[in-house]
Design a protein around this ligand. Structure first.
Ligand code: ATP
Length: 237
């Protein structure tokens, strides 16, 4: 389990997160919904160690406190992030991007097996291994980014708006891959999404973040039919 408590983040005078708490379970998909500027990306970056949290934050991964570790040690502890905009190395090949993802000590011993697992999840990448990453389509680049994160052998995988820029069909495929990753590899997924409808269809649990505060939470099938959620995130009265 990934147990998160008291995560507050300030950007100078602007406070973006206020004592945010959440739990992410292995083998499950947890979605974080919120309107623009709610603090979703900030939350993932704070968990990944890419922006500093205020004193008092606690992030426990399988019982180990990682809240004060630098970013690379959090990856070693089993937490991987697929950032918004994917963050792949455009000039490198698909194979090189995947290799860089396997750089964590925890993944070095079985890189071949990891690669095989990633190529099973995303068969399209197998035929594209030598291709320069920036020449891949948006959907393929998303696969590279997810594959690279999977190469670090994470216990928990965080994704920031993976469906951004993908067609509805590709988004569905991508969400289906997430479901497989969670269930087959027993990985806990924390997903930030604007696409509330699709993400609540595949998620197990959801949190609602507004203005840096958690304002609601519950099983995804309950959130799907909650009048507040329908109004705020699905544009329905
Ligand atoms: P979106 O869905 O639009 O990507 P979000 O929920 O991911 O939004 P964040 O990107 O986390 O929101 O931003 C939360 C708030 O913090 C916003 O008001 C944003 O302007 C502010 N913010 C984010 N990054 C910085 C920064 N580096 N410096 C100052 N303010 C920032």
């Amino acid at each position: 389990m990934l147990e998160i408590q008291n995560v507050s983040v300030r950007y100078g005078w602007h406070q973006a997160l206020f004592d945010v708490a959440a739990n992410v379970r292995r083998g499950r998909i947890t979605v974080l919904l919120g309107t623009n500027g709610a603090g979703k990306s900030t939350f993932l970056k704070a968990l990944g160690g890419l922006v500093p949290t205020e004193p008092g934050a606690s992030v426990r991964l399988g019982g180990v406190e990682i809240a004060r570790m630098p970013a690379h040690r959090r990856v070693e502890a089993g937490l991987a992030l697929v950032p918004e905009g994917r963050g792949i190395f455009g000039k490198l090949s698909v194979a090189e991007n995947l290799h860089l993802g396997g750089f964590a000590h925890r993944a070095r011993t079985d890189e071949k097996a990891r690669l095989e697992h990633v190529l099973e999840l995303f068969p399209r990448l197998r035929e594209r291994l030598p291709q320069i990453a920036r020449t891949m389509s948006g959907g393929e680049q998303q696969m590279v980014a997810m594959g690279r994160a999977m190469m670090s052998r994470p216990d928990f995988l965080m994704l920031d708006e993976p469906s951004l820029g993908l067609s509805p069909l590709l988004s569905k495929d991508m969400f289906r891959s997430l479901r497989r990753i969670a269930t087959e590899a027993d990985i806990g997924i924390l997903l930030v999404e604007q696409n509330a409808r699709l993400s609540l269809e595949i998620a197990d649990f959801g949190y609602l973040l507004e203005n840096g505060h958690i304002v609601g939470q519950g099983p995804a099938d309950e959130l799907r039919t909650s009048p507040d959620v329908l109004r705020a995130y699905l544009g329905e009265d």
